[in-house]
Design a protein around this ligand. Structure first.
Ligand code: AMP
Length: 304
């Protein structure tokens, strides 16, 4: 099954303690697509300005990402500037320039409307809601959001909860959205408003999946060198939803495996700037890291 993703296609300028990069390929849809393309075909909807180095997106096309829903508009591309200190778990957003996104209305091409798996990447929640008016009968709608939208469009984010099956967000966003300090209570607060499944990511401390009254936890891979955490969340989502779409199985056991595939893809992207590592790794690398995740949590539960 293919996955439809709608989200930002950005130019990112990022500083980390290990270096900096300017105007690199970024955005929620870009990271998601690069990651999910390891599992299934991806249909991308977004917008870029006249200044976007479009040829750099061709590598995504060769990986099976359909860009026929990518609009080119007059004006500047979406730009995000962020900085990470030694705590690589949280980015400080220095600048968010919406550019062509401020007038964007997603138009889902006719051939994308029947998508069974839909990921509403981090963009204005009003645009995320707009997409849901245009898709026919998806089997799974998942979404992501971030502090920027929780602060500026909270009511729309809450409205969106009523329309999605699954949400991924990080711990600080979950606390900010729900005003609950405790993450179990935060997840319950969210589930009461719609999603059956809530994934709360905790950066280098792994991710919790709340599904009905069940909880699953996957650690993050203990990398020795995290270079740039940008895109970890969207790459997680790409692995997670991409794997679900490729297997077309929404059982709890498969959702648990999907969380680990998400963690695998998140662990690759942070090894370099932009989507570089996602384009380098292959099926063998993914399988090898999956095995390492397995051994990381395997233990003998016998009581002496
Ligand atoms: P994450 O996966 O959470 O690290 O997301 C990183 C990506 O989010 C970057 O590539 C940014 O371009 C993008 N981004 C940052 N702020 C926003 C925003 N307000 N709306 C949409 N995308 C954003």
């Amino acid at each position: 099954m293919t996955v439809l993703v709608v989200g930002s296609v950005a130019l990112d300028s990022v500083e980390t303690p290990f270096g900096r990069v300017d105007d690199a390929l970024g955005g929620s849809a870009t990271y998601f697509a690069a990651s999910a393309s390891h599992f299934t075909r991806v249909q991308l909807v977004g917008v870029i300005g006249a200044d976007y180095p479009e040829e750099k997106l061709l590598e995504l096309v060769s990986r099976g990402v359909d860009l026929s829903g990518l609009e080119r508009a007059e004006g500047e591309s979406f730009r995000w500037r962020g900085r990470y200190g030694h705590d690589l778990n949280s980015a400080e957003s220095l600048e968010t320039k919406l550019g062509v996104f401020s007038h964007f209305r997603p138009k889902i091409p006719a051939q994308f409307r029947t998508a069974k798996y839909v990921f509403l990447g981090n963009i204005d929640p009003r645009l995320q809601l707009d997409v849901l008016e245009q898709v026919e009968s998806p089997k799974l709608v998942a979404c992501d959001t971030m502090n920027f939208w929780i602060e500026s469009r909270r009511d729309d984010v809450v409205k969106l909860l009523g329309r999605v099956d699954l949400i991924t967000l990080n711990d600080s966003e979950a606390r900010q959205l729900t005003e609950q300090v405790n993450l179990v209570k935060a997840a319950r607060w969210i589930m009461e408003r719609g999603p059956k499944t809530v994934v709360i990511k905790k950066g280098e401390h792994g991710a919790f999946m709340f599904h009905g009254d069940r909880v699953f936890f996957a650690p993050a891979y203990p990398l020795e060198a995290v270079f740039d955490p940008t895109g970890a969340g969207d790459s997680f989502a790409g692995g997670f939803v991409g794997y679900l779409a490729s297997t077309d199985d929404l059982s709890e056991a498969n959702l648990r495996r999907a969380v680990v595939f998400g963690s695998v893809m998140g662990s690759f992207v942070v090894e370099g700037f932009s989507i570089g590592r996602l384009l380098e790794v292959n099926k063998d690398d993914i399988a090898a890291r999956l095995a390492e995740f397995h051994s990381l949590v395997a233990f003998d539960a016998e009581v002496p």
